[in-house]
Structures are given as structure tokens and as C-alpha cells.
Design a protein around this ligand. Structure first.
Ligand code: SF4
Length: 417
């Protein structure tokens, strides 16, 4: 979808704005389905080789086929991260793997290593090659270089500023993908070896154990300098959140809005995608009258409770943009169940349990497009119609009367307090 609009940030030039792609993480087939159902235009996943999230529930080729088939029903695409920096020993087999991705219907790979770029271009020319953020691209000349190498898209470093993005778009005709939400590295992204040194897990081959978020005592001259009773120290960055700045990102010409978090929960992925989907669509329905709605911001805050900031978009984060205290508060809501069926005539939802709930508990149902209502749970029954005093078993089938209609893949959540 396109529209013409006077862009206040572009010195009076008339700018053609293209609706950006909303690109969501999918650490498993289930998360892929939720991400697409809640509004992602594309998802990125990891295969069982060559990715940077070795702890995610990575996809087999068969699962990729199923994911592609599901996504295509919504007109969405599936990208595969093949973004390790490959040692020599990693490369045998890459050509066959890329051919398999191609045959599974994957739309693009995300890669940083020129050896993988070149191999993909030779053996699977239908696959788009997107340059990974691991290449730390932050200037238009580098973007131009990758365009000349035949790449249609560059995923910019998280350290790129808004002004740099504007300059890239004004000088190079190429798609730019930008992280708009999620975790940040406390070092320059992709240039950290804390995990390698502390645990022998290579952060550039998928093994980062987030050592920056551990609790540290501080020592100087062989003694602790932490005040007694004070919190231990962490080096964790605040998370990125650009929901307040979407019009500026759109006017800067960003082609793809990327959400970080292949290790995050179904609830997190659904909530964050749901919020950004509504905001992007609202902007393109009425750019002049667009206003950020508080419920979109609240929705993001219901699934995670880490402090947020705007990362590097408006300059290098300072000392206040780190989290020094180790205590992280839990998210205010917890995923309780997913709706699998709804009997409209009886007003009864069949749900699959994801964490315990019981009659009398206040819960909230959410669905795509901002559908949301609260209710107090009445009687619960199991699949055979037997009454339940508590739904305690993971994946248990439970029947619930809902005060409003619900649909399959709607989520039921409960307050964590
Ligand atoms: S340890 Fe922290 S800063 Fe280093 S790569 Fe992992 S997440 Fe990033």
C-alpha cells in the first residue's frame, strides 16, 4: 500500500511512503503461527544449522515447510537466519542446506558471511539474501557496497542513528531493515565475546549466554567496592522500543520493522506484534490524524517489564540507559491458555492450558486487531465435561464460558500479582 504525503522531516519534498513490513521473531513453529496470526508480514526463524540462536527451538526443514505453508495463507513470508560467522569447518554442507531452504519455500536468508552470500547467489538464486545486522552496517557507502554485490536488503546495525538511515535512503535504492523493538547488546551488537570467555559458548556461533545480564560484584585493589546491602551490578542495556516514533521511521523510508526475540514467549510475540500492527495500520489509514493510542503501549507492557528506551536512534545511549540493578520485575501478565475452539451457540471456549488457572480468577482474552476483554472465570470443565477446581496440567483441554466471542489462537492471560 502506498500513499503520497507531505513529510515534515524532508524539507518540503513530496515523499512516496510505502507501508513497511512488520517482521517478527519466531523461535518455534508455534510462535511462527502466533506471529503471523497477530499481524506479522514476515517472520524470521532459525534452522538447525548456521544460525545465531542455538538455544531456540530451531526448525527442521519439514517444520519450515509447514511454517511457509501456514504463513502463505496470510500472505506472509518466512526468512531464515544463517548469520553465523563461519569457520572453515562450518562451510561444507552450506550449499546443500541453502538448496533445501529454497525448496522449502523460504523467501530469504539473513546472513553476514560473504562466503554464505556468494554460495547462496550461486546455488539458490531464487532465495533473497539479506545482509545480517551482524555486519554492523552504519553508513551509506557500505549499503551501496552490498547493493552492488546484488543484495536487495541490508539489516542495519542497531547502533545506526535516524539521520544515518535518512541519508542511506536518500543515496541508495535498497531495502533497509531496522530493529524497532527488543533486547539490545550492552556491547556493540555482534562484537561481544563475554559469553565465549565465561562459558566457552561462542556468541557469534549462536551460543550467547547473556553474560552481560549476570550479577557481578565489583572489585578494586582486591576488595569489593559494592556498598554492603546494595544490589550487585549487571551490564544489561534497556530494551529498545520505537512505538512512539513510528511516523518518523516511516518517513525516513525504513522498509522493514524488525522485532527482536526468537527466544521470547508466545505471549510476548503476540502482544508486541499486535501493538505494532495496529499502530502501523492506523498511521497508513490516516497519516495526518495519526495519534499513538495508549492501549498499544500498554499492550507491549503487559508481556514484558524491562525498562525501555530508543537505543541509538537519537544518539549513543549514556550511563542512564543501562540497567544496573539485578532485580527484574516479572511481566504483569502471564500466558494462561490459548483458545482452540469456540462454540458460538453456547458461548463456550475450548482452551489449552499453558499455566494454571481456576474459577474466580480474573483473566483477559486478547486477539488480533486489539480485541481485548476482561472477565472473571466461572465454572471450568475438562474435555469430558467433568468439573475442575483448577486447571493445573500443561496442555490440558479446558472448557470455559466467555462473556464475549473468541476465536482460535486468541490468548487468555492472567495477572502475575
Ligand atoms: S553477553 Fe550480552 S552484550 Fe554480549 S553478545 Fe550476549 S547479549 Fe550481547
Amino acid at each position: 500500500m502506498t500513499l503520497l504525503q507531505q513529510s515534515p522531516g524532508l524539507r518540503g519534498q513530496r515523499q512516496r511512503l510505502v507501508k513497511p513490513e512488520l517482521l517478527a521473531p519466531a523461535g518455534s513453529l508455534e510462535k511462527l503461527k502466533f506471529a503471523v496470526h497477530y499481524g506479522a508480514d514476515a517472520v524470521y526463524i532459525g534452522g538447525q544449522k548456521y544460525g545465531l540462536r542455538s538455544n531456540a527451538d530451531n526448525f527442521s526443514i519439514e517444520q519450515m515447510r509447514e511454517g511457509v505453508e501456514f504463513a502463505s495463507r496470510y500472505g506472509a513470508k518466512v526468512f531464515v537466519a544463517t548469520n553465523i560467522f563461519a569457520h572453515q569447518e562450518d562451510l561444507p554442507g552450506i550449499a546443500d542446506y541453502l538448496r533445501e531452504l529454497d525448496s522449502a519455500g523460504i523467501a530469504a536468508i539473513i546472513t553476514a558471511d560473504p562466503a554464505i552470500v556468494e554460495t547462496a547467489q550461486k546455488v539458490a538464486p531464487r532465495l533473497e539474501v539479506h545482509l545480517s545486522t551482524q555486519q554492523s552496517t552504519m553508513n551509506w557507502q557500505a549499503v551501496q557496497f552490498w547493493k552492488e554485490e546484488g543484495l536487495p536488503r541490508v539489516v542495519l546495525a542497531r547502533e545506526t542513528t535516524m539521520d544515518e538511515i535518512r541519508e542511506m535512503k536518500s543515496r541508495v535504492d535498497i531495502e533497509l531493515e531496522v530493529f524497532i523493538h527488543g533486547a539490545m547488546c550492552s556491547s556493540v551488537s555482534g562484537r561481544c565475546v563475554l559469553s565465549n570467555h565465561f562459558t566457552d559458548r561462542d556468541s557469534n556461533r549462536g551460543g550467547c549466554c547473556q553474560s552481560c545480564r549476570w550479577k557481578y560484584d565489583l572489585h578494586a585493589d582486591n576488595r569489593s567496592v559494592a556498598d554492603p546491602g546494595q544490589n550487585l551490578f549487571t551490564m544489561s542495556s534497556k530494551d529498545l522500543c520505537m512505538i512512539h516514533h513510528l511516523p518518523e521511521l516511516i518517513q525516513a523510508g525504513v522498509d522493514s520493522f524488525k522485532i527482536e526475540g526468537r527466544m521470547k514467549s508466545v505471549h510476548y510475540v503476540a502482544s508486541v506484534v499486535n501493538a505494532y500492527r495496529q499502530a502501523i495500520d492506523a498511521y497508513f489509514e490516516d497519516p495526518e490524524g495519526y495519534l499513538l493510542r495508549p492501549e498499544w503501549v500498554e499492550e507491549i507492557g503487559k508481556a514484558a517489564n524491562r525498562p525501555l528506551n530508543t537505543g541509538f536512534f537519537y544518539g549513543t545511549p549514556g550511563a542512564t540507559e543501562h540497567i544496573y540493578e539485578p532485580e527484574e520485575k516479572p511481566a504483569p501478565y502471564d500466558f494462561a491458555a490459548v483458545v482452540t475452539d469456540y462454540d458460538e451457540s453456547a458461548g463456550i471456549a475450548t482452551v489449552q492450558q499453558r499455566s494454571p488457572f481456576r474459577p474466580g480468577m480474573e483473566v483477559e482474552f486478547i486477539g488480533p486487531g486489539g480485541r481485548c476483554f476482561k472477565q472473571t472465570l466461572g465454572d471450568l470443565t475438562d474435555a469430558q465435561g467433568q468439573p475442575l477446581s483448577v486447571a493445573r496440567h500443561p496442555l490440558q483441554t479446558v472448557k470455559i464460558h466467555t462473556v464475549q466471542p473468541v476465536s482460535p489462537l486468541d490468548l487468555m492471560r492472567k495477572r502475575t500479582d
